[in-house]
Design a protein around this ligand. Structure first.
Ligand SMILES: Nc1ncnc2c1ncn2[C@@H]1O[C@H](COP(=O)(O)OP(=O)(O)O)[C@@H](O)[C@H]1O
Ligand SMILES: C[C@@](O)(CCOP(=O)(O)OP(=O)(O)O)CC(=O)O
Length: 458
């Protein structure tokens, strides 16, 4: 037993893109992204194998959900293809319950690890534990609630579960299998590798290259983010295809001329003044981000200079907001300018909505944010990310009475949507989350008590 690798645990935060939705897809512009104190935790422990028995299996389990267990066999692929990961079936008649984010992140991370230090991959049991706010608007008493439904039936609150998961999962695998002189999550170099690997795996699992602000904030925490050039990921190839491992190594380690990722993470351009906090409200209707992105980008392309002018003005307003937050954090002062900055952003977003015909800040959300802003202690609010009917993010004074007044306002509030399928009505709930500056981090692997035992007993 003594030669077994020690257990590890890693967590990564959720996100909210407070300003820069759509703009951040283009490297000319930036996004103001906050990490949130809702985290996804990944715990890895070795599985003892009996003498003479060689099994090459990794089991991944998400015990908060029904049937959320995935078993994988792994082996070295020929032709330098890295590690081939195959999901195992408990029963030949059962259909496979696939989890593309886990499967892809596993294939990418194991391929990278086996190329860095051959022969390191021993059987393991991996447990995923997500803070409740990812799937719940109430506050269950248990730290990691048993939702009692399959993952596919869970209500997602839009905090970026897949990015936090892929980031924590990747960092945990590298920390578990690689010696600390090869990989160290505490070092800048280590975090950069996690970032590159998680971005590559997340894009591959999603089947598209987004701006990556969610993975970047999961790794580095709150920041002003400029995306990587999408071309970095275009010639990567599939896991198990010839030379996948060597190509992946060059991509992740940024080796060779011109191989450096051009992502920009500006941490010191983001601050929250003392006495203020972010708060998120979930709107139960939801919007389909990919459809909205397509429409907005098409409108931008068709419209040319007029759209570009709007993009430039919005970028300026977003930068003004970031700057005023830093200014107040460092020097104090009244919130008047901050309110103006948020107001200006909303004016441009509504213009973007009206001109593109995409409901980014639709009238029902305008009404909701305006009503919240009437409450004393609410500085301002926006539709975060792609906007739509998903959520609102508010900047408020960090006082319990402000939250209580908000809760009273929102109780019974109805957001009426005009979706293509017909009108519907959504409820609004405050999520128990706030901003957090820190990104991915090591956790005490003994700090999960029964949750890990429970996971293994089932
Ligand atoms: N707790 C979890 N355990 C296992 N997989 C998860 C968990 N949370 C999220 N995922 C994975 O992430 C997917 C959701 O990702 P996505 O639809 O992009 O939502 P989000 O916007 O929250 O990232 C799920 O289908 C699943 O594959
Ligand atoms: C439009 C975007 O710039 C921002 C979307 O932000 P959201 O936070 O709305 O994203 P989802 O979690 O995928 O719903 C697209 C992008 O940057 O990739």
């Amino acid at each position: 037993m003594s030669d077994q690798l020690p257990p590890v645990a890693v967590s990564a935060p959720g996100k909210v893109l407070l300003a820069g939705g759509y703009l951040v897809l283009d490297r000319k512009y930036t996004g103001l992204v906050f990490g949130l104190d809702a985290r996804i935790h990944v715990h890895i422990k070795p599985v003892a194998t009996g003498t003479g028995v060689t099994i090459s299996e990794i089991t991944v389990e998400s015990p908060q959900f029904e049937g959320a267990i995935w078993e994988y066999g792994y082996r070295l692929a020929g032709g330098g293809g890295g590690i081939n990961v195959t999901q195992l079936r408990a029963d030949a008649d059962l259909s496979l319950n696939r989890n593309p984010f886990i499967e892809t992140a596993l294939a990418y991370a194991l391929s990278y690890i086996s190329n860095e230090v051959p022969g390191m991959i021993t059987p393991a049991h991996i447990t995923i534990l997500a803070d409740n706010s990812y799937y719940s608007t109430s506050s269950p008493s248990s730290r990691f609630h048993d939702f009692g439904v399959p993952l596919s039936a869970a209500h997602k609150t839009g905090l970026g579960s897949s990015a936090a998961l892929v980031t924590a999962f990747t960092a945990a695998l590298l920390s578990h299998y690689l010696p600390s002189n090869v990989f160290d999550l505490h070092s800048e170099r280590g975090r950069r590798r996690v970032h590159n690997l998680a971005q590559a795996a997340h894009c591959a699992a999603q089947g598209k290259v987004g701006s990556g602000f969610d993975v970047a904030s999961a790794v580095f925490g709150s920041c002003l983010y400029r995306r990587f050039s999408p071309s970095i990921l275009t010639s990567q190839g599939e896991p198990a295809s010839p030379n996948f491992a060597a190509n992946l190594r060059n991509l992740i380690n940024e080796s060779g001329e011109g191989a450096e990722w051009d992502t920009e993470i500006l941490k010191d351009r983001v601050k929250v003044p003392q006495g203020l906090r972010l708060i998120m409200c979930d709107v139960s209707c939801g919007s389909q981000t990919p459809g909205m992105v397509k429409q907005v980008l098409k409108w931008r392309q068709d419209t040319g200079e007029e759209a570009e002018e709007l993009w430039r003005r919005l970028q300026q307003s977003n930068e003004d907001l970031a700057q005023e937050l830093v200014n107040l954090a460092e020097n104090g002062g009244s919130y008047d300018k901050l309110k103006d900055c948020i107001g200006e952003i909303r004016t441009y977003i509504r213009k973007m909505s009206a001109m593109s015909g995409v409901p980014i800040e639709p009238p029902a959300q305008t009404e909701l944010i305006d009503a919240c802003c009437q409450i004393e202690g609410v500085i301002g609010g926006v539709v975060p990310g792609a906007g739509g009917y998903d959520a609102i993010a508010l900047l408020i004074e960090d006082k319990e009475e402000v939250i209580q007044k908000l809760a009273k306002l929102l109780d019974g509030w109805e957001v009426k949507t005009q979706a293509e399928e017909g009108p519907s009505v959504g409820k609004v709930s405050i999520l128990g989350v706030r901003e957090e500056m820190q990104g991915v981090r090591m956790e005490d692997s003994r700090g999960y008590g029964d949750w890990i035992e429970y996971a293994l007993e089932k």
